[in-house]
Structure formats: structure tokens, C-alpha cells
Design a protein around this ligand. Structure first.
Ligand code: ACO
Ligand code: LMR
Length: 615
């Protein structure tokens, strides 16, 4: 790299700080310049290591996060630039550490408010080590077609409009980052574009001055025209005038010192930058523009003519054959970030998931549209929540109470039933809560706990087809199908199931009609003639009463059939019985029960002496 160069297309850089937006902007610039690889090789983030996922064009890549400058320079000795986003409190120490390395040559110090004494020390140290600092209080700068510092040059749209994706003939330097972006566009519209642009930062003591960079451009054969924007306050512009007078700067220089409006404002005006205040007549913008003009710098009459002077000078240099206008090309498109495109309504895509029962996106999560805080305030209860999340309806109180009653009475039926047995065996085998619970739930099916659905389906079949109870029982017998909801191992006419009695009484008191219950009870009259344990069991009772209830709260037959097909009726048994199964699990854990092994004397061993020979 030549002495006058700070950045090339091969420049590799660190970002100090977790500035992922700046990282993505630098990589998007690299991509737009049609570079083969990203310029940023690592983030230096002492707070954490790992990596950052960012886009390289349309693909994602990982950029390492390293914990120190020492680690970074050891891993990437070719990286000679560091964009230092450290805060004003640590910017000095970080910059001095970077200056002390052998490999980092150029540092952009972004922080504002760095004490002047520290700025002077940084500047002196950089000069002593033959290194460069841009800033403090800078947005950085851009080497067109090669490298961009952090957030310099604004949006990708601005970069595209200013043609910064390829080098032109103009070297630009200013104090202000914001005015730089404006100047890049002025230069793009009035010349063949920028070659390099630097904003030195608005502090009173920048670590590299306007003149420093103009002299770099003077030495760079690719730069034919110098453009500069000075600022009220300080005397840096007089150094430029002297350099032009002495012939250190020979290339045409178009320059304007901003802040001429200060003369019409009362008193001393402090403009935005720390250094932007004229402490004497000499430091006013007018005085400096006058001195520059006298030294042979091309100075417009006002900022309004700045672009005219730039254009005239450029045109003359082209006519004289000094400048061969750079060729343009259409740079690659930088894809719009998806979230930004969504926010701007510029992209849409079909969803792959649908939820019609809840929405967590708003301020308050809602169940079927009812905000969760309202669910609690208005005491929906478990029954009301089931109504919202299962039925998508705000069901009446007696319906909520029925559902809660069912959950309570089927929560458990002792350790001997299939579900509890499996949960207990799994718990004693050392399985965890969920495994033991699932082990019990897996026994729920057509014979145990899972007949609620079937019962609704079977009894509706008999009722809808106008079958008398006897015709229905015979029809199922002919099909060799057990009527779901009929029969019990323990309960019978002689030993009725109290749970069924409770539900029947509740329904008779609170339901307007119990058409399907009545039909099922009439079937029970038939089945118990054969065996007294073929009663309407708890599954059957839940199933038929749920149908009666849903009809009462205006669910159509079609909706009820849909719920039966989805197995929704069994869900009530699953929900309730899970309470009991978990109880059994905790019970076994508390007891510290050992592994269960079934007693041998409870197993019939009927094994042939010799396996049959086949084939
Ligand atoms: N429909 C018609 N006939 C039946 C039914 C029924 N639901 N249940 C039993 N029978 C008949 C059998 O076909 C058998 O007849 P057969 O002697 O002519 O062959 C006789 O009754 C005895 O059958 P078993 O299976 O020995 O009776 P058991 O008392 O063991 O069955 C059970 C109890 C498993 C619940 C049984 O009645 C059944 O399968 N019912 C349907 C499923 C059901 O509702 N399960 C829920 C139970 S409650 C709960 O789990 C919470
Ligand atoms: C239960 O609720 O688990 C029972 O009705 C089943 C059974 O076998 O007792």
C-alpha cells in the first residue's frame, strides 16, 4: 500500500464494539463494490465472544467476535484498519492500544466528547508511529469502490446515487459527516465521482487535519481534483491556503468554509461541532474564504455556487485531458432486509401456520380475542378458558361449571386403573414427570378413558337414525362393535358410579334439555338386562352430556361432528386425568418406591416345550 493510501479493495478491518448495523452496512458496501470478500474480519467485543451472523449479499455468514485487540491482531495480522466505536470513556485507551500494535495502521475514532488532551496525545502518538487516526467525533469516510468506514456515506440508496461503488477522480475532505454525504452527491452529479472522502470530525483537535488528507490526495495519481468543506472556527484553513501558495498543493482545489451565516446572528455562535466557533475575526468563515481565494483556491461566492465551481473545474480538467471520466456500471442489488421490507409493505409471503384461537402479538395476549387480564378479572375460570380455547366461544356460566365439575370428578380413579398403573410403574422405573405422565396417558383409548368421543358418536348414531334403544344395541352387536360409554369393570347397577350420578343430577338441574343422555340411559336399560355392569359409564356420561350442552349453546350438528372427528370429547378426560396421574407420580417419588416387577405367581406361563419347526 502506498504512503498516501489508507484503504484499498484489499483492506481488512476490525470493528471495536458490537456495532452489528455498521458491520452489515460495511459488508453491503463491499458487496455492492463487487468485492470477493468482506472487509470486516472480526468484531472486537470484550463483553462476549462467539460470532455474529450477517448477510453477504443474500447469504448469511458468520463474523467472529473476539475478546481483545491482542487476540484480534494475532488471528488477523493482515487487518490494518480499526473502526473504533468505543464510548468517550474508553475511546482513548482502545485507540492507544491499537496504535501500539504492529499491524493496525489506521483507526477511525467515532466517539464524541473525547477530552482535547487525549486527542492531542492520540494525534502525536499516531504521527510518531507513522499511523493515521480519523476523528474523534467522526462518521469516518469512504474509499469509493474499495472500503467504507462504519456508517459513513449514509444509506445504500445514497451510496448507489452517489456512485460510491466505483472510484472517480475527486478527493474530498470535510469536517462534518453529514455534509460529506451531501457533498458526495454533489460530486457525483457534477463530476465522474468521488475517489475518496474523509470526514475528520468536529472536535477542536482532530487527530488528522483537512490538510493532512488533502496532501494525501495531492500525492495520489488517481485523484485529479480536490474538493473541501471547511468550517467556521479554528485556523486549519489558513494552513491549506499556505500549502496552495507554497505549491505543496498543485492540483485544483474547490473549497468552501461553512458558517458564513454567523455574521448575521447576534453574538458568538457555537455551531454543532465542538470546534465550530469563531473566537476571533480571523476564525470567521468569511475571513477564511477570503484567505483561501487570495491563495488561489477556487472559492464560490456562496455554498449555492459550490457545485458550479466543482463542475466547471472538472469540465476543464476533462477538456485538458487531465481526467478521463471513470466508467460506470450497474452495481449488484443489495437485498432489502426482510423486516424492513415488511415494515415498508414491500414484500409479503404466505404464512405456513394459522391460529384462530389466540394471538400473542398485541400488548396483552388474548384467548379467542379476550385479553388475558379480562379472563382473570371476569373470572372465566378453567371452564371459561376451555370455552375460549377449545370452542372459541364465551360459554355461559353453567357450561363453564359443568366442564370444571367433569375435570374434578375424573381427575383420578385410584392407582389400579390402567393410566395410573402405567404412571406409577414408570415413576418407579425412575422416569421423569413428563415421561411418567405420558406413559399413563398412552393407555387412554377405546376401552379406558378414551370412550368419551366414541360414546358421543355411537349414541348420536342411534338417535339420529331413529333407532330404538334395542334396535341400536342389536345393530352394534351385529357390527360386532362394543358400544362406547357402556360397561365398567368396577361399577354396575348394584354399585353405581357416583361420578355418573353427580353429572346426571347436574344436567337434570342446569341443562335445558338432556336428549342424548335420556337416549343413552334408555340404551343402558337394554344392556344391563344382559350384564349389570353394562351401565352408562363415566366416559359415556361425559360424552352424551357434552353433546347436549354444545347443542344448548348453539353448536350445530356439523360443528359437533367436527369436534368428535377431532377427538375433542376425549380431551376433557385427558385434561382431568392428567391431574391424577401427576399426583400418582409425585406420590411415588415422595415414597421413594423401588423398581416395580410384576409378581410371577400372577402370570400364567403357558409356553410350549419346543418351538415348532417350520419350513
Ligand atoms: N357394548 C356391548 N357389549 C359389551 C360392552 C359394550 N360396551 N362391554 C362389554 N360387553 C359385552 C362383551 O361383548 C361381552 O359379551 P360376551 O360375553 O357376549 O362376549 C361381555 O359384555 C363382557 O365383556 P368384557 O370385556 O369381559 O366386559 P368387561 O366388564 O371387562 O368390560 C369394559 C368393561 C372394557 C369397559 C367394556 O365394557 C368396554 O369395552 N366398554 C366400551 C368402552 C368404554 O366405554 N370404556 C370406558 C370405560 S370407563 C373409563 O375408562 C373411565
Ligand atoms: C376411571 O375413571 O379410570 C375408571 O372409570 C376406569 C376404571 O377402570 O375404573
Amino acid at each position: 500500500m502506498k504512503d498516501y493510501e489508507l484503504f484499498t479493495r484489499d483492506t481488512k478491518a476490525f470493528i471495536y464494539g458490537g456495532q452489528t448495523a455498521a458491520l452489515q452496512r460495511m459488508l453491503d458496501f463491499d458487496y455492492m463494490c463487487r468485492k470477493d470478500s468482506p472487509s470486516v474480519v472480526a468484531l472486537i467485543t470484550p463483553e462476549r465472544g462467539g460470532y455474529e451472523k450477517v448477510f453477504w449479499g443474500t447469504h448469511e455468514i458468520r463474523v467472529p467476535r473476539l475478546r481483545s485487540i491482542a487476540e484480534a491482531v494475532a488471528q488477523f495480522p493482515d487487518a490494518d484498519v480499526m473502526v473504533n466505536f468505543a464510548s468517550q470513556r474508553s475511546a482513548f485507551d482502545v485507540t492507544m492500544e491499537a496504535l501500539a500494535t504492529d499491524t493496525i495502521r489506521t483507526i477511525a475514532v467515532i466517539a464524541e466528547g473525547v477530552p482535547e488532551r487525549q486527542s492531542r496525545i492520540m494525534a502525536a502518538t499516531a504521527k510518531q508511529r507513522g499511523k493515521w487516526i480519523i476523528g474523534p467525533a467522526t462518521v469516518g469516510g469512504v474509499k469509493a469502490g474499495a472500503f467504507k468506514i462504519g456508517n459513513a456515506a449514509g444509506t445504500m440508496e445514497n451510496i448507489r446515487m452517489a456512485k460510491l461503488y466505483r472510484p472517480g477522480s475527486v478527493g474530498f475532505v470535510s469536517v462534518s459527516g453529514g455534509l460529506s454525504n451531501e457533498a458526495y452527491n454533489i460530486i457525483a452529479r457534477n463530476t465522474d465521482g468521488l475517489n475518496e472522502g474523509i470526514a475528520i470530525g468536529g472536535d477542536a483537535f482532530p487527530s488528522s487535519t483537512l490538510l493532512d488528507h488533502l496532501l494525501r490526495y495531492e500525492a495520489n495519481p488517481d485523484i485529479k481534483l480536490l474538493v473541501c468543506l471547511g468550517e467556521v472556527g479554528g485556523t486549519a484553513e489558513y494552513e491549506i491556503a499556505a500549502a496552495v501558495k507554497s505549491g505543496r498543493i498543485k492540483k485544483p482545489l474547490v473549497m468552501w468554509v461553512t458558517g458564513t451565516c454567523a455574521k448575521v446572528l447576534p453574538g458568538q455562535v457555537q455551531f454543532g461541532h465542538a470546534g465550530a466557533k469563531a473566537d476571533s475575526a480571523q476564525e470567521t468563515a468569511d475571513a477564511k474564504n477570503q484567505a483561501l481565494r487570495a491563495a488561489g483556491v477556487i472559492v464560490p461566492n456562496s455554498f449555492d455556487d459550490y457545485h458550479l465551481r466543482i463542475h466547471e473545474t472538472y469540465a476543464r480538467l476533462v477538456q485538458e485531458g487531465v481526467i478521463t471520466p471513470a466508467e460506470d456500471f450497474e452495481p449488484p442489488q443489495i437485498p432489502l432486509d426482510y423486516n424492513q421490507a415488511i415494515a415498508e409493505g414491500r414484500v409479503r409471503r404466505p404464512t405456513h401456520f394459522v391460529s384462530t384461537i389466540c394471538d400473542e402479538r398485541g400488548e396483552v395476549h388474548n384467548y379467542a380475542g379476550v385479553p388475558i387480564d379480562e379472563v382473570i378479572e371476569q373470572k372465566y375460570g378453567i371452564g371459561g378458558v376451555i370455552g375460549l380455547l377449545w370452542f372459541k366461544k364465551d360459554i355461559p356460566v353453567h357450561a363453564r361449571e359443568f366442564l370444571e365439575m367433569v375435570i374434578q370428578i375424573i381427575a383420578d380413579h385410584g392407582p389400579a386403573v390402567s393410566g395410573a398403573h402405567n404412571t406409577i410403574v414408570a415413576a418407579r422405573a425412575g422416569k421423569d414427570l413428563i415421561s411418567s405422565l405420558v406413559s399413563g396417558l398412552l393407555t387412554i383409548g377405546p376401552r379406558f378413558g378414551g370412550a368419551v368421543n366414541g360414546a358421543a358418536e355411537h349414541f348420536l348414531y342411534g338417535l339420529r337414525n331413529g333407532l330404538s334403544p334395542r334396535e341400536f344395541v342389536e345393530a352394534m352387536k351385529r357390527k360386532n362393535v362394543r358400544i362406547q360409554g357402556i360397561g365398567h369393570r368396577l361399577h354396575s347397577l348394584e354399585n353405581p358410579d357416583e361420578r355418573v350420578e353427580i353429572m346426571k343430577n347436574y344436567a337434570k338441574t342446569h341443562f335445558k334439555r338432556t336428549e342424548l343422555l335420556d337416549y343413552a340411559l334408555a340404551v343402558e336399560q337394554v344392556t344391563t338386562k344382559k350384564k349389570t355392569n353394562l351401565i352408562l359409564n363415566v366416559d359415556g356420561c361425559i360424552g352424551v352430556l357434552l353433546v347436549d350442552l354444545l347443542k344448548e349453546i348453539s353448536f350445530s350438528d356439523g360443528e359437533i361432528d367436527e369436534m368428535i372427528a377431532a377427538g375433542l370429547f376425549n380431551a376433557l378426560f385427558v385434561l382431568g386425568r392428567s391431574i391424577g396421574l401427576m399426583g400418582h407420580y409425585f406420590d411415588q417419588k415422595r415414597l421413594g418406591e423401588p423398581l416395580y416387577r410384576h409378581p410371577l405367581d400372577d402370570i400364567l406361563y403357558d409356553v410350549p416345550k419346543q418351538p415348532e419347526k417350520v419350513g
